[in-house]
Design a protein around this ligand. Sequence first.
Ligand code: ATP
Ligand code: MG
Length: 339
Amino acid sequence: MFNKARLKLTAWYLLIIMFISTAFSIVIFGIITHEVNRFAGRQQVRIEQDLQERGFLSPQFRIVINPSLVNEVRQRTITFLVVINGVIFVFAGGLGYFLAGETLQPIKEIVDEQNRFISDASHEFRTPLTSLKTTMEVSLRDKNFTIKDARSLITDSIGEVNKLQLLSDGLLQLTQYQKPNGHMNMEILPFLTVVREAIRKVEPMAKQKKIIINLQVEEEKVFGNKYGLVDLLVILLDNAIKYSAPSSAVTVRSHKNDGSVIVTISDQGIGIAEKDLPHIFDRFYRADTARSRSKSGGYGLGLSIANKIVDWHHGMINVESQLKKGTTFTIKLSSRPFC
Ligand code: ATP
Ligand code: MG
């Protein structure tokens, strides 16, 4: 598909360039022919006058310039213009093919990324949907299926559907922050308000695990979108709580640094192995698939969404972690409008 589009675009480039070049050639040919005829006419008059003045030619005689000379000039001009157009055709073809490739490359990357996204997403949906379908089919075929069994099946199915809903919400959120030209209302915000809003959202989960969230945030201003920044902090706090043992602590700190706000979210949790650190921001990546999926039920979308939100804010995010000791995510955000 990409090659076909590239050839088509090359053909269009070529058509436009050859149209312009042929038009120029016709104009040049017209001008040269006109000039040669004019020159021949003037030369004829000049020679006649000269010969008449010297008495070599009586006024009733005319000098005729050999028309084959004029024709030769016209022929040579045509050959020259055909050769030039041929060279332009070859050169423009090569250049057009190269430029078409360069023009289509970003589009190809977006299409490839979208295809990868769709296939990743369908893969994630397919497994739980197949298991739901199989369980229901087996239950339907079971002649001793009781109301009690039906209740338990429905309860399990609702649990699975809830997880699928979480997955579709995550995917929606990811596409929303992935849009290259999407619009987000950016403003100067009091960072403390943003953090409090995020903590309010994860508090029930923290309480359930008896995890304390320490807040060491000063009255800094941050430039960004309120909902995006709350989502970002919720993702990081959710991970900090999810991957920590009960009764541990999570700390949110922030300080100002030369037009930026540096935020750290630290936990005393299970940590991330060094081999996983370069991949945790990849979509659907879970450091330990079995552990992450069975215990925390995540889909590996959180950090890729966080990464997109940070990109939106022209910020930076990085992570430091030690297995069984804890993890610290550091975010750098701007405190002033960036454009
Ligand atoms: P989701 O966020 O979609 O519910 P998730 O939490 O598994 O699922 P991410 O938030 O993208 O996905 O995190 C990716 C992986 O990085 C996690 O599966 C986990 O293994 C690891 N990870 C992230 N944050 C921490 C943390 N604070 N402590 C330990 N491991 C973490
Ligand atoms: Mg997560």
